[in-house]
Design a protein around this ligand. Structure first.
Ligand code: ACO
Length: 425
């Protein structure tokens, strides 16, 4: 505890303890507030509420800092593999060579999906959104790979299964949706290359692995790997707080991520840029985004925490430019994105509201260059975010202050009224 906050309510005075994190962020601990005063706090969207203490990810939204377990995301994006990053988030430290080899072997050993699950995929309507399919398939995994007891060893096995199978399941859903033969995982390929091969290899056109594409995917997934208590992670923690199994908690996270204000924004950005390309009217998009009567927002802009340039967007933008350059792709949407960013960053509305490009602004263009279809964009985000969700879920299991998540409310409905029988209404 570092000091306290004085609260005067009626003729009484209360002291609320202030707690401090390792980077100096401070919070008023209100856990005893209701018991002591009868008051609760009201904070729509939890914009001022810390739901837990966490040692996983540090974000400074004013300075544009993001670190996983203390390591700047810039360093990880430049030098780490996605597997190492996942290990770091989940286990709290980077693996040594032996641990990394063991982890790789386990990921390979668990990469196949039970053949009986294939019939589920085949029965989905072809027009189904892959996020809906992924969310239910991850939940269904529990029936095929149950944990018999809540032992650490079994939990670790579930973690590995999920990390490995999510790639296979995502690629399977793509192949089946196109009516193509499923491509099985290959033990000789590393995590990112294996996924790309399952997505794009075919008997008529073998997939040629391109190191620049693999590297782009590696960076894409590392940049998405965790982002403290965002909407989907909070969903994982809240659902997990009922002590459901990990598959069910992750399935809830995938469902939350699907929303266009969250992970679904990467798909929405491409749709917005394509609309601008068609209408050739960028000014109208900017004006609509500023019009309070119009629900339209500039997708890929703004963030709850970052009030400066999202550090992930900075890396993504650079990588996007360099990838398209290397692949010799000239994407008109990239030109529109650059121009839109330049116009918005000079516009008073965006300046006053601290609205900068977020992670999703350039990520869709990267995914398009890799060959990922638009409706799979958010699935790509989900695969990247999985290590973070798992790490946060594990941390909550071990939290000595763990409690079932159960917010309160201020009731604004009718006061007590009498039931009126149907013939008298
Ligand atoms: N375009 C236009 N105006 C915006 C935008 C935007 N993209 N984002 C925020 N604003 C405005 C709001 O209209 C509001 O204006 P007002 O104060 O004059 O009424 C103000 O900025 C604050 O907006 P809020 O919605 O209260 O801020 P919040 O922190 O809840 O929003 C959010 C964050 C949801 C990300 C928002 O910026 C947004 O909708 N962005 C577009 C969707 C998007 O890109 N989502 C991806 C987020 S990153 C991620 O999930 C990986």
């Amino acid at each position: 505890m570092t000091g306290s906050v004085k609260l005067i309510y009626g003729d009484q005075e209360f002291k609320l303890p202030v707690v401090e994190g390792s980077e100096g962020e401070k919070a008023v601990d209100i856990s005893q507030l209701q018991a002591a005063t009868g008051l609760i706090t009201l904070d729509p969207g939890y914009a001022n509420t810390g739901s837990c203490s966490s040692a996983i990810t540090f974000v400074d939204g004013d300075k544009g800092i993001l670190r996983y377990r203390g390591i700047p995301v810039e360093e990880l994006a430049a030098r780490a593999t996605f597997k190492e990053t996942a290990y770091l988030l989940i286990n709290g430290r980077l693996p040594n060579r032996e641990e990394l080899t063991r982890f790789s072997v386990l990921l390979n050993d668990n990469s196949l999906v039970h053949e009986d699950m294939r019939s589920f995929y085949e029965k989905y309507p072809r027009s189904s959104h892959p996020m809906g399919i992924l969310s239910s398939m991850v939940n269904a995994l529990r029936s095929f790979y149950p944990e018999l007891q809540n032992l650490e060893e079994e939990i670790n096995m579930t973690v590995t299964r999920l990390l490995s199978k999510i790639r296979t399941m995502a690629a399977m859903s793509y192949k089946i949706s196109r009516g193509h033969k499923v491509v099985y995982p290959r033990p000789d390929l590393a995590y990112c290359a294996n996924f790309l091969n399952m997505m794009f290899d075919s008997p008529v056109k073998p997939y040629e692995i391109d190191n620049d594409v693999v590297n782009a995917l590696r960076m894409f997934w590392i940049l998405h790997a965790d982002h403290e208590q965002n909407c989907s992670t909070s969903a994982v923690r809240l659902v997990g707080s009922a002590r459901v199994n990990l598959y069910a908690a992750i399935s809830a996270g995938i469902a939350a991520l699907w929303g266009p204000l969250h992970g679904g924004a990467n798909q929405a950005v491409i749709e917005m840029l394509s609309d601008i390309a068609k209408s050739r009217n960028m000014g109208r998009a900017i004006e609509r985004a500023k019009d309070k009567k119009d629900p339209f927002r500039l997708m890929g802009f703004g963030h709850r925490v970052y009030k400066t340039y999202d550090p992930r967007a900075r890396i993504m933008k650079k990588m996007c430019d360099s990838l398209l350059n290397k692949l010799k792709i000239s994407d008109p949407l990239l030109d529109i994105a650059h121009e839109l960013e330049a116009v918005a960053l000079k516009d008073d509305y965006f300046i006053e509201h601290n609205l900068y490009p977020n992670l999703d602004f350039y990520s869709g263009i990267v995914l398009q260059a890799i060959g990922i279809p638009t409706n799979m964009f958010t699935v790509m985000f989900a695969i990247g975010r999985l290590p973070g969700w798992i790490a946060q879920w594990k941390e909550s299991l071990d939290d000595p202050n763990w409690k079932l998540g159960r917010p309160r409310q201020i009731y604004t409905g009718p006061t007590q009224t009498q039931f009126v029988p149907i013939d008298k209404r």
